[in-house]
Design a protein around this ligand. Structure first.
Ligand SMILES: [Cu+2]
Length: 293
């Protein structure tokens, strides 16, 4: 027991210096805790998570102390003739009511957070992510952003296969066509799927939403200005078949002018939106090539 405790303590101390390494946007070796919060939703998720950690620690310590008392004071040697009590109304009411009260109290910040993450009023920009086996297809509907007409196109975003990784691209996370988003803009995120269930998850942006065929789910995010130039990575988080692990999400946080030039370029390379809801010819070719590998 003491040996285990020492080992656990040693491990905790060994990992502790790495805890600060949790970078925004991607997982790191030996990282502890959640990824850096780059959006208001994620900030709130972080602090709710920390609050829960205090509560759960207190409960665990309390129950451990009770167990220790039982083990020490009421074992067979110390207490050879056990009490025949089977009922104690006061304690029964307490051990029902107190946990219920704790859960109800926790529900208040929890629901607040759910509603906060649910919708945003007057989004600055709208994007749609469509999960397909096994890539993400992004649509930027026609809209106005900072006085400029943008959108009306879609494009497929495939993982870069391990053999083709270049430079600082990350295995299983980098994609051929990342999505760019402007910082400090309220982004309405619509999520759906073209075939089976997928899930659009971006840990540091506080987004995790089911992609359901025939249904349009909605959430929102806002990348804080200080993260301009950062790349954020996420993954499909709903088992969707053979290629589930190979359909990552890559989002670049850019400033407004870079964003506008990116949309212009992406529109030229992408599919017009009328045909975008069906897989593009190029996307289908890649999919078939992958399937035949
Ligand atoms: Cu998927």
């Amino acid at each position: 027991m003491i040996k285990w405790a020492a080992r656990f303590l040693g491990l905790t101390l060994a990992i502790a210096p790495f805890a600060a390494l949790a970078a925004a946007g991607q997982p790191v070796n030996w990282g502890l805790g959640l990824q850096d919060a780059a959006s208001p939703t994620m900030e709130r998720i972080n602090s709710f998570h920390n609050l829960l950690l205090y509560v759960i620690t207190a409960i665990t310590v309390f129950v451990t102390i009770l167990l220790a008392i039982v083990i020490v004071r009421f074992n067979r040697r110390k207490n050879p003739v056990p009490s025949r009590t089977t009922h104690n109304s006061t304690i029964e009411v307490l051990w029902t009511a107190i946990p219920v009260l704790i859960l109800v109290l926790l529900a208040i910040p929890s629901f607040k957070l759910l509603y906060f993450a649910d919708r945003v009023e007057n989004p600055d920009i709208t994007i749609k992510a469509v999960g397909r086996q096994w890539y993400w297809y992004y649509e930027i509907p026609e809209q106005e952003y900072k006085g400029e007409k943008i959108g009306g196109f879609g494009f497929a975003s495939y993982m870069v296969p391990e053999k083709e990784l270049k430079g600082d691209q990350i295995r299983l996370l980098s994609v051929d066509n990342p999505l760019s988003l402007p910082v400090d803009a309220k982004v309405q995120v619509l999520v759906t799927a073209g075939d089976v269930l997928h899930n659009f998850a971006m840990p540091s942006l506080g987004v995790k939403l089911d992609a359901v065929p025939g249904r349009l789910n909605e959430t929102w995010t806002l990348i804080k200005g200080e993260y301009v130039g950062k790349t954020f990575y996420g993954q499909c988080s709903e088992l969707c078949g053979n290629g589930h692990a190979f359909m990552p999400i890559e989002i670049r946080a850019v400033n407004d002018s870079d964003f506008l030039s990116w949309v212009a370029k992406a529109k030229e390379a992408g599919d017009p939106l009328e045909t975008a809801t069906a897989p593009s010819v190029k996307a289908e070719k890649v999919r078939l090539a992958q399937a035949n590998n």
